[in-house]
Design a protein around this ligand. Structure first.
Ligand SMILES: [Zn+2]
Length: 333
């Protein structure tokens, strides 16, 4: 474990805690969470570069054992295991269908393996769906019933909660907001096989790509010769008035606004919550995003919807994972 921290609130609760795990392509974050949404103990480590699912299961089991030591010390009990993964899943079966950043898990029944090892119930969810639930429970979407959560990270994820219920679709495939087409003509190829998806214009990867593509036209830019561009570096340049960075975030905001206008017209949500690392560039893209929404969305739903940054940060998925367990009905939040 490379990092650990104990929250200030570590008192015992009668109802026990859920072990929540956010299994990302880079980091494995875990936490014990109680039913009021307090994180009692957390750990973070690098995700094992696993060739077999057993290595992932072992890492999760070891993390549970670490959390158990803390729980024993304060008289808590871990009631259940809830894991979120960056990929498509079958929630009822507990099976990872396809996880591009963790391909060893494709087709693997993760909940059955964890339940057998740990002798506790285990559930599985997609990371963007869990983030939406986390934001509605403890973040920007508190007290709302119909929200859309868009996560702008390496890719673009989405979660849709309609009238308090996570909308998974008929076979758990809904809310692929990152793969909504926003540029049908000459659109950039996407990893999903389509072209012109929102993800290829609004993700961190897209911001770096758009900067590389445009920088020959901006010889004065501080980014003109930068070797290892990152979206953070491009954002910082933008805050200092760099024309290339400002143009990239303008384009990103325009495409994002087109996507959000489509969501607003179809779903009429109370709120759209925008999270993920790229959301930190809010001051550079929000104006352009809001302009497109105003141009394209119907006036009534556009006037109603609040478009806001996420509040839970990296904890959204962990909180959502825990909430999924605590909900009496696993589809209701
Ligand atoms: Zn796509």
């Amino acid at each position: 474990m490379s990092e650990s921290a104990r929250s200030s609130k570590s008192e015992c609760t009668n109802s026990g805690v859920v072990f929540a795990a956010d299994l990302g392509g880079t980091h494995l974050r875990v936490a014990t969470v109680d039913q009021s949404g307090k994180i009692h103990f957390r750990l973070k480590q690098n995700t094992p570069q696993a060739k077999t699912p057993d290595e992932i299961v072992r890492a999760l089991v070891l993390a549970v054992r670490e959390c158990e030591k803390h729980c024993d010390a304060v008289g808590e009990v871990i009631r259940a295991i809830s894991v979120v993964v960056p990929g498509s899943i079958k929630a009822d079966a507990g099976v990872v269908v396809k996880a591009p950043n963790l391909p060893c898990l494709d087709g693997f029944n993760l909940t059955a393996a964890l339940a057998a090892e740990l002798r506790r119930p285990a559930i599985l969810e997609n990371d963007a769906n869990a983030a939406a639930i986390g934001e509605m429970w403890q973040g920007a979407g508190r007290d709302r019933r119909t929200i859309v959560c868009v996560t702008l990270g390496t890719g673009v994820g989405g979660g849709i909660i309609l009238d308090g219920k996570l909308w998974r679709g008929v076979n758990d495939s809904a809310a692929e907001i990152g793969h909504m087409c926003v540029d049908p003509f000459g659109g950039v190829a996407c990893t999903c096989g389509s072209r012109g998806c929102l993800e290829v214009y609004a993700s961190a990867t897209a911001i770096v790509r758009m900067t590389r593509e445009a920088r020959l036209r901006y010889p004065e830019s501080v980014l003109h010769t930068s070797e290892n561009l990152t979206s953070e570096e491009i954002y910082r340049a933008g805050t200092r008035g760099d024309d290339l960075a400002l143009e990239v975030f303008r384009r990103m905001g325009v495409y994002l606004g087109i996507g959000l206008a489509n969501l607003i017209n179809i779903l009429n949500p109370e709120m759209i919550v925008i999270g993920g690392g790229v959301a930190n560039g809010w001051d550079l893209f929000a104006k352009h995003m809001n302009h497109e929404v105003a141009e394209r969305a119907f006036p009534l739903p556009a006037a109603e919807v609040k478009i806001v940054p996420a509040e839970c940060g990296d904890d959204a998925g962990l909180l959502g994972a825990a909430r999924l367990w605590f909900s009496a009905n696993q589809l209701s939040v």
